[in-house]
Design a binder for this molecule. Structure first.
Ligand code: ADP
Length: 279
């Protein structure tokens, strides 16, 4: 039994008559607590780079540094600035997703182009991630079923959801590991976008919470690779708005699998394309 909080009001009406009104405000309390948590999280996310930035400014003001050292501090400052920009951009994306009507069924996006963009992003990001370790990722895209297929929805939302899953796989998988991306049509007419990696994996108790805003399993690992903790919250919203489903499976030390299943009514064969067949 959950604790319930009642809001009670005593109203006076008429001659000596009283009306006692009570209302269950437990849900309101919860919403209020969530809002406070959210504001605290946002403040923290912005304050951290801001503190670092102020520290560097003070250093530059007080120390007489060699040009090379100055340059070094300036590039660290630029990093903190772009970190704040990323957090604010993700927050704006989330608030737009929450405040606008879901994308309809008459805006069709070619799946092949969405995935091609993802592949370019994966390669570029992997170059950055593996530059440190000197060991490259094996990245494989199996997208033959995506060619000639259209998906109904918002181009920017879909691109951001697919890219977020790929970027996570690349960011959390150490150099030498592999990332496999596939698009497949299921026998019932739905289609599945799947990203598998051989990264660190995620313990089962974290999985249900991954799509919460700012939830991270390992805060410093997320930060190191430019994470905001908002990526999967964005993915969840986009998935819901497109009537799709997000599935997360993971095994510690083995890797993870993130899959989005799109409903059949949001899929069609592009005009002039060869028939799409289930595997
Ligand atoms: P972040 O910006 O921190 O990556 P996300 O919302 O995208 O935020 O993901 C939330 C958390 O889920 C991450 O901080 C990380 O701990 C975990 N995570 C997401 N994707 C993976 C993955 N492919 N492998 C391991 N952990 C992951």
């Amino acid at each position: 039994s959950r604790p319930v909080r009642l809001s009670v009001h005593l109203h006076a009406y008429g001659e000596g008559r009283r009306l006692l009104l009570s209302r269950d405000v437990t849900a309101l309390d919860q919403a209020d607590a969530m809002r406070r948590d959210f504001v605290a999280n946002v403040s923290h996310e912005i304050r951290t780079p801001l503190t670092v930035l102020s520290g560097f400014i003070e250093t530059l003001q007080t120390l007489n540094l060699e040009p090379q050292e100055r340059q070094h501090y300036l590039s660290l400052m630029a990093q903190q600035g772009s970190r704040m920009q990323t957090v604010v951009n993700d927050l704006l994306t989330l608030s737009r997703l929450e405040g606008s009507p879901a994308p309809g069924l008459n805006d069709w996006q070619p799946v092949g182009a969405l995935l091609q963009h993802c592949e370019q992003e994966a390669l570029a990001l992997s170059n950055v991630v593996t530059a440190h370790s000197g060991r490259r990722h094996q990245i494989h895209f199996d997208v033959s079923h995506a060619l000639g297929m259209d998906l109904a929805g918002s181009h920017s939302e879909l691109q951001s959801a697919l890219s977020n899953l790929i970027s996570n796989a690349v960011r959390y998988t150490p150099g030498g590991g592999s990332i496999q991306v596939a698009w497949r049509v299921l026998p019932d007419g739905r289609a599945e976008f799947e990203v598998r990696d051989t990264g660190p994996g995620i313990a089962p108790e974290h999985i249900p919470r991954l799509t919460e805003r700012f939830y991270r399993v390992d805060r410093s690992r997320s930060r190191e690779t430019g994470g905001t903790g908002l990526g999967l919250a964005i993915v969840k919203h986009v998935v819901q708005r497109h009537g799709a489903q997000l599935l997360i499976e993971s095994s510690l030390g083995v890797g993870s699998r993130f899959a989005i299943t799109f409903p059949a009514n949001r899929l069609r064969r592009a005009a002039g394309a060869l028939p799409v067949t289930a595997p």
